[in-house]
Design a protein around this ligand. Structure first.
Ligand code: HEM
Length: 161
């Protein structure tokens, strides 16, 4: 009975299983290798998923290679990648859980207002993991750590979206 109660809560995404210290360390160390590649990361997301690019009136329909040189693109890339950095700085310490909840709740609220749905957030996740796997030292342990961390954040996000 207890098992099913826990399972039910996990399925709706309300429970975040804390990362082990090793997993949090792996997420932080791999992220630090790419966190300054803001423009490259957003360009990879837009190239993989033009439907995400299409939601930005200022970027829709434009060539990603030429957008990469613009200040507007760099600014937005800095916002998105900076958000990921803020979350990653907080993980690995349970006392930061309320702050993570607040930040993810704000992201959900602002994007719900824009009509962004789970499917597009999932696309973002796929593109981010793909970028990581080809730009940092990647193996089963790093993949598992990122899966665990992203499952937690996406559980919170989707519960609020
Ligand atoms: C996956 C599909 C997504 C779409 C289609 C989307 C779309 C948008 C749009 C249209 C804006 C407004 C841009 C502007 O006013 O110039 C925005 C703002 C923003 N987005 Fe996203 N977004 C997505 C995912 C994300 C993700 C995954 C993050 C964080 C990791 C993020 C972080 C932000 C931030 C920090 C802002 C600026 C502050 C705010 O308005 O909330 N977005 N997004």
């Amino acid at each position: 009975m207890k098992f099913f109660a826990v399972l039910a809560l996990c399925v709706v995404g309300a429970i975040a299983v804390p990362l082990s210290a090793d997993q949090a360390g792996l997420v932080k160390s791999t992220w630090s290798q790419v966190k300054n590649n803001e423009v490259d990361i957003l360009a990879a997301v837009f190239s993989a998923y033009p439907d995400i690019q299409a939601r930005f009136p200022q970027f829709a329909g434009k060539d990603v290679a030429s957008l990469k040189d613009t200040a507007a693109f760099a600014t937005h890339a800095g916002r998105i990648v900076g958000f990921v950095s803020e979350i990653i700085a907080l993980i690995g310490n349970e006392s930061n859980a309320p702050a993570v909840n607040t930040l993810v709740g704000q992201l959900a609220a602002s994007h719900k207002g824009r009509g962004i749905q789970q499917a597009q957030f999932n696309e973002f996740r796929t593109a981010l993991v793909s970028y990581l796997s080809s730009n940092v030292a990647w193996n089963d342990a790093t993949a598992a750590a990122w899966t665990a961390g992203l499952d937690n954040i996406y559980g919170l996000l989707f519960a609020a979206l």
